[in-house]
Design a protein around this ligand. Structure first.
Ligand code: PDD
Length: 285
């Protein structure tokens, strides 16, 4: 039985319950994180917590849990659920109110929830076993605060579902001026003539931790040329390589977009190089 953490207690998932007046349930009023753990080793723990704190501060949700306490909670969950390859989901909502009223209530106790789910083993840099992603593209119809990792994910869910119904693995999104923002649940990178590009961060994109790790690892440990810049939809079709990054996928090569082959239609050599570096350095963070 999956053991979860809820408001100070560790308990079996079927005993975990929250109030229907929880603002996370009523309004999606909360922040979440997903942190990968491979056989007990976390990737990017401090960066994930920093992003969560930034989100909570945007929402003016105050919690007193320290970084050390988060680490204790997560370590206990990993121990209780077996040191497998796990995604650690942590979630803080504003908590339950006595009525449904849009403005933030004066006093609520935030609801704090964490649970684990199994993820595949840490990806290896091997073209023979790496998954090949097929994506569609669509106009980004989400809200204009995608930099906040809010639990209000309906926009992302609807985009993802649209792709899923078309047997696509993900949907690459572009804004009204045909600039790539991100994908429904990942950040996007492209490679053209050996230059690695990813959209510059702003309110239209989540500042992905995997994205940040890729950029940092490349800057510190390679001579690859990298640019954070505008990427137009057209550049997607003519890219040599495309990758999607997220905590549960790391660097996923995309070989098809809107039914068109990307590059040779096979996983590229820059991916191989970058995933190799990522494997060497993922636990530095
Ligand atoms: N999704 N953009 C969006 C919209 C995301 O939902 C995610 C992650 C990312 C990548 O961020 P990171 O590298 O920090 O995981 C980008 C998570 C994994 C999820 O919702 O399950």
């Amino acid at each position: 039985m999956n053991i979860v953490y809820l408001d100070g207690k560790f308990l079996p998932i079927n005993q975990a319950a929250i109030s229907p007046m929880d603002r996370g349930f009523l309004f999606g009023d909360g922040i979440y994180e997903v942190i990968p753990s491979y056989e007990g080793q976390l990737v990017g723990f401090n960066l994930h917590l920093q992003r969560m704190r930034a989100g909570l501060s945007e929402l003016k949700i105050d919690i007193s849990i320290t970084t050390e306490e988060w680490l204790e909670i997560i370590t206990e969950l990993i121990d209780q659920n077996g040191k497998k390859n796990l995604g650690i989901y942590i979630h803080v909502s504003r908590g339950a109110d006595t009525k449904r009223f849009h403005a933030y209530p004066e006093e609520t106790n935030p609801t704090i929830f964490a649970y684990t789910f199994e993820i595949p083993p840490a990806p290896i840099a091997d073209k023979a076993v790496a998954p090949r992603f097929s994506c569609a593209t669509a106009e980004d119809k989400r809200w204009k605060r995608c930099n906040i990792k809010s639990t209000s994910l309906l926009g992302n869910v609807m985009h993802f579902q649209w792709g899923y119904e078309r047997n696509e693995d993900e949907v690459i999104l572009y804004n009204e001026t045909k600039e790539i923002t991100e994908a429904a649940a990942c950040n996007v990178f492209i490679v053209k003539d050996s230059l690695i590009k990813t959209p510059l961060l702003d309110h239209q994109k989540l500042p992905g931790i995997t994205r940040a790790l890729v950029l940092d690892i490349l800057q510190k440990h390679s001579n690859h040329k990298i640019e954070e810049c505008t990427i137009k939809l057209d550049e997607i079709y003519s890219a040599d390589e495309i990758w999607l990054t997220s905590s549960t996928k790391e660097i996923a090569p995309v070989t098809k977009v809107d039914g068109r082959k990307i590059g040779t239609g096979e996983i590229g050599n820059v991916w191989l190089n970058v995933q190799t570096l990522f494997c060497d350095h993922r636990f530095d963070y």
